[in-house]
Each structure stands twice: as structure tokens, then as C-alpha cells.
Ligand binder design. Structure first.
Ligand SMILES: [Zn+2]
Length: 334
């Protein structure tokens, strides 16, 4: 059969099972530089279904490394153009795309994945997709780059360290996440992000994207050993450092301790819910959290003792969290 011929060379690899690959779904969040390489490799390798989630549009400064895009595509949605090009590369695979923010894509889409791949350049974005991977219990591969430096992380929910267990982020970014934003600051940040021009070169996109695609193929085909579980790559010095991150028992996202005993959070009886939310935002690095008790959102102007009791179970909701954090309220004795 002619189709067999398309995959005949990779099928020579011991353990390679094209039928398994053909019935697998990968969700790719972010089809910029790294994502372009991941998508191209998975499409040409014959992944059954590729779901692309990307909100951005194509700019001239993308073209030095985002190999799926051309001059004629400027201003068009990346998700749509990428899907078209990938179909040309391999018409046999199924492609679904969402020109949307990942937070707006229905959870059922994520549930359909065999592997989720996140090519996201912000701490907040990585944190959100990690939280979603835990929620739907799907393996997640994260990757990023900065000039000739790159990193890849493989997260197997509840087996290996999640993004919250040991967040490897700069102090600057941590500090940012720990400051709840007002509307003005949010606007300013959005403008900053639009302005932010990170150095990026195609060689790194292809190396990191290649490694991410390879890790996803290994997971799907159960070949070799998955990356354990964070790799840092320095292209200028050809140095690869692998750091086996450990899960932390008290991780608020995946920790056993949290699952068994839940997190206690101290509330003062006379403070407002707003004050409590402010402390929750600082503790968990959230933007604008809400607190839900017995299915109802609490009014931020109300007083703690009128809304919460000792051992009340509350859920923290926030756009930075795909999965609510469950806490047990401990009322401070006056
Ligand atoms: Zn964790």
C-alpha cells in the first residue's frame, strides 16, 4: 500500500507501531517557533489527530523561525494557517484548530488528548496548562527557549513533579506572579507583553521542538525512557543538563498531603472576604481569585465570620488555575 511507504523508514525502528500512532491525539498549545517544529514532525510522522490551540496572528518578526508561515500569511491566525500547511505535509492526518486562548477551550478537548504539548513563553501560561494536565490526568510536555538556551520538561500527572512542585522560574517572574494586579497594572502588563521581544533563533526552536516531539512519540509508542524530567540545553556550549525533579508532598496542585488532608488556610473572623482573597492571591500567585463555598461565590465585601465556619471547605478559582485549589478554613481565635 502506498501509505505504508510513507512511514516505511520509521516503521523499521524496533518497537515502532504506526497503528498506535495513527489512533493517537496530541494537543499542541502554541504554534509559534517551537510549536511549528513540533507540529511538522508529528504531522509528517503520521499522528492520528493533531489539535492546535493558538490565539496569535502572524507577524513579520515570526518568519525567521516559525517555518510554517510565509510572507503572504502576515496578519492571519497562526492556528488556521498552520493547519492548512500541515495538511499539505500530510493530508492523511486529522487536524482540528482553535484560534482561541487556551483558557477558552472546553475541558473536553483536553480530555481527548493522549499527550498535551505546551509551547508557551510565560510562567502563567505554563502554570495554567500544567494545572489542566493534572485535571485531565494527561502527560504534558513543556518547552521554552531564550536565544541559544532552551528547556524541556515532561510531566506525568501524579507520577512526576508537576510545574508547581518545583517551579523553575526566575525570581523576577515569581515576584510578578505574587503581586495581584489591578486593572491598570494588567493593562500595562499586556502592553509590556506585546512589546516584549525575546531573542530567538531557528536552530534552538528546531532542537527544542525536535526533543519535545520525540518525547511525545516515546510516550505514545512506549519507547525508551521518558525524560526524567527537566532538561536544560545550552546551545553555545553544547551542554545538556538533566535535573530529575522530585514531587513535593505538599504541592498545592498534585501533592499527596494536599489530597489527603487538604490545605488549611487561616481566616480572621472580622476581616472581609476581600482581605482573605488578597492573602490567597499572594500565597498562590493568583491574579483575581474568587472563593466558592457550597457552590456559591462569596461576596468580597462580606465579613469572614458571616460567610465561613471553622473547617468550611472552600475552592479558590482564578484564571491562572485550570483546577480550583481546595482549602479548609481555619478561623483564627481572637
Ligand atoms: Zn505538584
Amino acid at each position: 500500500m502506498p501509505e505504508d511507504k510513507r512511514y516505511s523508514r520509521q516503521s523499521l525502528i524496533p518497537g515502532w507501531d504506526q497503528t498506535t500512532l495513527d489512533s493517537s491525539t496530541v494537543i499542541l498549545v502554541g504554534v509559534g517557533a517551537i510549536g511549528s517544529y513540533v507540529a511538522t514532525i508529528l504531522a509528517s510522522s503520521g499522528i492520528g489527530k493533531l489539535v492546535i490551540i493558538e490565539f496569535d496572528t502572524i507577524e513579520l518578526s515570526n518568519l525567521n523561525r516559525q517555518l510554517l508561515f510565509r510572507d503572504e500569511d502576515l496578519g492571519k491566525p497562526k492556528a488556521e494557517v498552520a493547519s492548512k500547511r500541515l495538511k499539505e505535509i500530510n493530508p492523511k492526518i486529522e487536524i482540528e484548530f482553535y484560534h482561541k486562548k487556551m483558557e477558552e477551550v472546553n475541558v473536553s478537548v483536553y480530555e481527548g488528548a493522549d499527550v498535551i504539548i505546551g509551547c508557551l513563553d510565560t510562567f502563567i501560561g505554563r502554570r495554567w496548562i500544567s494545572s489542566m494536565a493534572l485535571r485531565v490526568k494527561k502527560p504534558l510536555i513543556l518547552g521554552g527557549m531564550f536565544a541559544f538556551l532552551g528547556d524541556v520538561q515532561v510531566i506525568i500527572p501524579y507520577k512526576t513533579a508537576c510545574f508547581e512542585c518545583q517551579p523553575l522560574v526566575s525570581d523576577e517572574e515569581l515576584a510578578q506572579a505574587c503581586t495581584p494586579f489591578g486593572e491598570e497594572r494588567k493593562k500595562e502588563r499586556e502592553e509590556e507583553e506585546e512589546e516584549a521581544k525575546l531573542p530567538a533563533v531557528a536552530t534552538l526552536s528546531s532542537i527544542i521542538g525536535g526533543m519535545m516531539a520525540q518525547e511525545s512519540l516515546k510516550l505514545i509508542l512506549e519507547l525508551g525512557a521518558p525524560l526524567e524530567n527537566y532538561m536544560f540545553y545550552d546551545g553555545l556550549n553544547n551542554a545538556t543538563t538533566i535535573i530529575p525533579l522530585a514531587r513535593t508532598e505538599d504541592c498545592p496542585a498534585c501533592g499527596e498531603l494536599y489530597k489527603l488532608e487538604q490545605i488549611e488556610f487561616i481566616a480572621h473572623p472580622t476581616e472581609t472576604i476581600k482581605d482573605l482573597l488578597f492573602r490567597l492571591a499572594l500565597t498562590y500567585g493568583l491574579e483575581k481569585p474568587d472563593l466558592m463555598v457550597e457552590g456559591k461565590l462569596l461576596n468580597s465585601e462580606s465579613i469572614v465570620e458571616n460567610q465561613l465556619k471553622e473547617k468550611s471547605i472552600a475552592y479558590i478559582l482564578d484564571k491562572n488555575l485550570a483546577k480550583p485549589i481546595k482549602i479548609v478554613i481555619k478561623i483564627e481565635k481572637l
